[in-house]
Design a protein around this ligand. Structure first.
Ligand SMILES: [Zn+2]
Ligand SMILES: [Zn+2]
Length: 387
């Protein structure tokens, strides 16, 4: 089969200590410290051969993730931007939905013809982190499309424990294709859900929500905030196209942070109270933290989902005076993230189809990756022919 394969040079930065484990497995813990000069191209690769407890899948839709863009792009020294675990070469793509083609003899719940959405974090299930309910922090984690074969390929193999049925989405949208495209948004929205409702413990209906950054994770936070009964949602983003999508998904106010003072806008919208929950999905902590620290409501919670390797200045005294808190989160597994989002989507309580702003066919997957670098889209979606 033909697949989009990413490759790069293994060339650890001076000062980065390569561990024995990294040397033995070829998997870099922090790809941005090890891999340079990325190349993405079509290659002919072997069809997957599923194990007894796996299913063979025909991919139906796959979103381009910011992390894919971060592998596609490199910094001034040629290193890729993505800081997660990567083993190159690798078929990329992980925000996918698929149709089950074959089931192995030990598969229990899935049947041929089922449509499924897939978790991208292949946690081991047996280590201490996994067993205490922190699968996103599994130290043995493999990630689909980064260290395990990804979905920019017509066929994939997966264990059923990473798959969720989405037949109901196809019914809801009256089309397997549209159901699969919306289903492919569950993974990024689950990252927002994990941060807001699992890691930070959620917010009561009637809360004021502020969201910094309106890429897919910020847009997911806006849509979830609406579904969870936020009283107001104030969004900040520098790209005008994304401000429009933020409004379409439920932001009451969507502003360019360069043309206002965000904390003042939040205080104005909330009658001086501040935000009960603040989501940082911009990865621009240097710019956002000085605003966020002035916008906490009493007992306010900040959720940090953006990523940057830079240190950000924060006046921590506000955590004392406002009894505020900051939580971080990575990933989208466990905590009911996937099944709860699917329930909301299937019952029409969460409408996120407006997030998809560009659609390209599978044979243009490389163009889809290139398009994502302009950062104007809510989500770039790759569509696959039905099997
Ligand atoms: Zn993703
Ligand atoms: Zn584990």
């Amino acid at each position: 089969m033909n697949a989009v394969v990413m490759n790069a040079e293994w060339s650890p930065r001076p000062g980065y200590e390569v561990s024995d484990r990294e040397r033995a497995t070829g998997k870099a813990r922090m790809a941005s410290q090890v891999y340079k000069k990325p190349v993405f191209r079509w290659e002919t690769v072997k069809d997957p051969s599923p194990a007894r407890d796996e299913v063979l899948l025909a991919v139906r839709a796959c979103g381009v993730c910011g992390s894919d863009t971060h592998c596609y792009e490199s910094d001034g020294e040629g290193y890729i931007l993505f800081s997660g675990p990567v083993r190159m070469p690798c078929i990329c793509g992980h925000e996918y939905t698929a149709e089950v083609l074959e089931v192995g003899p030990d598969v229990r719940f899935l049947r041929r013809g089922d449509l499924v959405a897939a978790e991208g974090m292949l946690n081991c299930g047996v280590c201490e982190a996994c067993r205490i309910g922190r699968p996103n922090q599994c130290p043995h984690l493999d990630m689909v499309g980064f260290s395990a074969p990804g979905a920019y390929a017509p066929l994939m193999a997966s264990k059923e424990r990473f798959l969720w049925k989405i037949n109901g989405l196809a019914e809801r949208y009256g089309s397997a294709q549209l159901g699969c495209e919306v289903g492919a948004l569950v993974e990024p929205i689950a990252c927002s859900y994990n941060g807001m409702f699992v890691s930070a413990g959620g917010m009561p209906p009637g809360s004021h929500l502020a969201v910094f950054g309106c890429g897919p994770i910020g847009l997911g936070a806006i849509a979830l905030g609406r579904a969870a009964g936020a009283a107001t949602i104030c969004a900040f983003e520098t790209v005008p196209e994304r401000l429009d999508v933020a409004r379409a998904l439920g932001a009451d106010v969507a502003l360019d942070p360069r043309s206002c003072r965000p904390h003042e806008a939040i205080l104005e919208l909330t009658g001086g109270w501040g935000a009960d929950m603040l989501v940082e999905a911009a990865g621009a902590a240097l710019q956002t933290m000085p605003e966020i620290e002035k916008a906490f409501a009493p007992g306010g919670k900040m959720v940090y989902l953006g990523r940057t390797g830079l240190r950000a200045p924060v006046l921590l005294d506000v955590l004392v005076s406002q009894a505020a808190s900051i939580s971080g989160a990575r990933g989208h597994v466990g905590g009911g993230c996937f099944p709860n989002i699917l329930r909301l989507l299937e019952r029409g309580r969460l409408d996120v189809a407006a997030m998809i702003t560009t659609r390209l066919p599978f044979d243009r997957a490389l163009d889809a990756l290139a398009k994502s670098t302009d950062r104007k889209d809510g989500k770039v979606m790759v569509q696959y022919p039905a099997p």
